[in-house]
Ligand binder design. Structure first.
Ligand code: UVW
Length: 302
C-alpha cells in the first residue's frame, strides 16, 4: 500500500528487538525509563481511565455483541451455603461476564490486525487459529507495564470539547497541542490522544460512526517519536471512516509496522479538566491465553 510508505519505504520495527520478539515497542520501557516516570507525579491524584462495562449506553460495534454480566449466585441460593455449613443470613453473590474482548476500554494485542498477510514482526496471519487463538503476539504476552504517560489534548488545543465527527487529526495538530501544553514526546512514552468523542457519546449515546481520530500521517508522526503505546478516547484510535480510505490504516502503521500496542475507548475527561498532561501511567492486560485483546483500566497518577 503506497500510501503507508514514507519516502517510498514502509518503515517498520520488525527485527529491531530480535526475530522472535512479540512485545514490540513495549521493549522501550526500560527500567531506567520506568524509574524516571516514577518521579513525575506531583499531586498524587489517581485517575481511572476506563469507561463502564454494561449492556447499553457505551460504544460498541454491532457485530461484536454487547457485554453481559449475569448473576450466577445471590441470596436466593443461600440453601447452598447452608448445605455447606453456612448459617441463615450468610451467603455470597457472584456473576459471570461474557463480552467481546474488543469492547469497552481495551488493549489490542499485536496480533489483532494483519496486512500483506502478516502481523507484527513478520509472523503469518494464520498464526491466529479459530480454536487455539493467537500463537504469536497474543495479549497474555504483555502482562502489566508502566511508564511516562502523556496526554495530547487535541480537542482542547483546537478550542472545543469534542472534535467534529469527521475530523482527521494531523501531525500539525499534535504539534500544536504539545506546544500549548509545553510537553515534548520522548522515546518509550505511553501517549493518550483526546478527541472528546467518548465524553459526547456517553452523555448522549447514538451512532458509533463517524468518529474523529488519528489520520495516517499523525499515526506515522507518533511512531516516528518511538512511543511505546498509543491510546485514545475513541473506538479505533484512528478516524472512522478510515483516513484516505485505507482500511485499518492507522492500526497497520502503529500495530503492524511498528509494534505499538493500542488502547481504545479511554475516558480522558478528568485528566483534561485538570490539565494533567504528564503522569505516571500503569496498565495491566489480563493474561488471556491466545487473546487478541483485553479489557483494561489504565491508572494514571498525576
Ligand atoms: C477495530 O477497530 C476493528 O478493532 P479495535 O477497536 O479493537 O482496534
Amino acid at each position: 500500500m503506497d500510501v503507508l510508505k514514507t519516502n517510498g519505504v514502509r518503515r517498520t520495527n520488525w527485527g529491531r528487538w530480535g526475530e522472535s520478539d512479540e512485545l514490540g515497542a513495549l521493549n522501550l520501557l526500560t527500567p531506567e525509563r520506568v524509574l524516571a516516570a516514577l518521579q513525575i507525579p506531583k499531586t498524587g491524584k489517581t485517575y481511572s481511565l476506563s469507561i463502564p462495562i454494561q449492556r447499553s449506553g457505551v460504544p460498541n460495534f454491532e457485530y461484536r455483541g454487547t457485554p453481559m454480566r449475569l448473576t450466577t449466585m445471590n441470596h436466593t441460593d443461600e440453601y447452598m451455603a447452608q448445605a455447606n455449613g453456612g448459617v441463615p443470613g450468610v451467603g455470597a453473590s457472584e456473576d459471570q461476564l461474557i463480552m467481546p474482548s474488543h469492547t469497552s476500554t481495551h488493549m489490542d494485542s499485536l496480533c489483532h490486525v494483519y496486512s500483506d498477510s502478516t502481523i507484527y514482526n513478520g509472523y503469518p496471519h494464520d498464526s491466529v487459529s479459530s480454536y487455539g487463538g493467537a500463537a504469536k503476539c497474543s495479549i497474555d504476552k504483555v502482562g502489566g507495564f508502566a511508564g511516562r504517560g502523556v496526554l495530547i489534548d487535541v480537542a482542547a488545543a483546537l478550542g472545543t470539547n469534542c472534535l467534529a465527527p469527521d475530523h482527521v487529526i494531523t501531525p500539525d495538530e499534535l504539534r500544536t497541542a504539545l506546544a500549548a501544553q509545553k510537553v515534548e514526546l520522548a522515546a518509550g512514552d505511553l501517549v493518550l490522544i483526546r478527541t472528546g468523542w467518548i465524553e459526547a457519546f456517553l452523555a448522549n449515546p447514538g451512532d458509533t460512526m463517524p468518529q474523529p481520530g488519528l489520520g495516517l500521517d499523525a499515526a506515522t508522526f507518533l511512531a516516528g517519536h518511538d512511543v511505546s503505546l498509543v491510546g485514545a478516547d475513541n473506538s479505533a484510535i484512528e478516524a472512522i471512516p478510515f483516513d484516505q480510505g485505507v482500511y485499518l490504516g492507522g492500526h497497520i502503521v502503529l500495530l503492524v509496522d511498528h509494534g505499538i500496542h493500542l488502547v481504545e475507548n479511554l475516558n480522558l475527561q478528568e485528566l483534561s479538566a485538570d490539565k494533567c498532561y504528564e503522569f505516571f501511567l500503569s496498565i495491566g492486560a489480563l493474561k488471556i491465553t491466545g487473546g487478541t485483546a483485553s479489557p483494561v483500566t489504565p491508572v494514571a497518577i498525576g
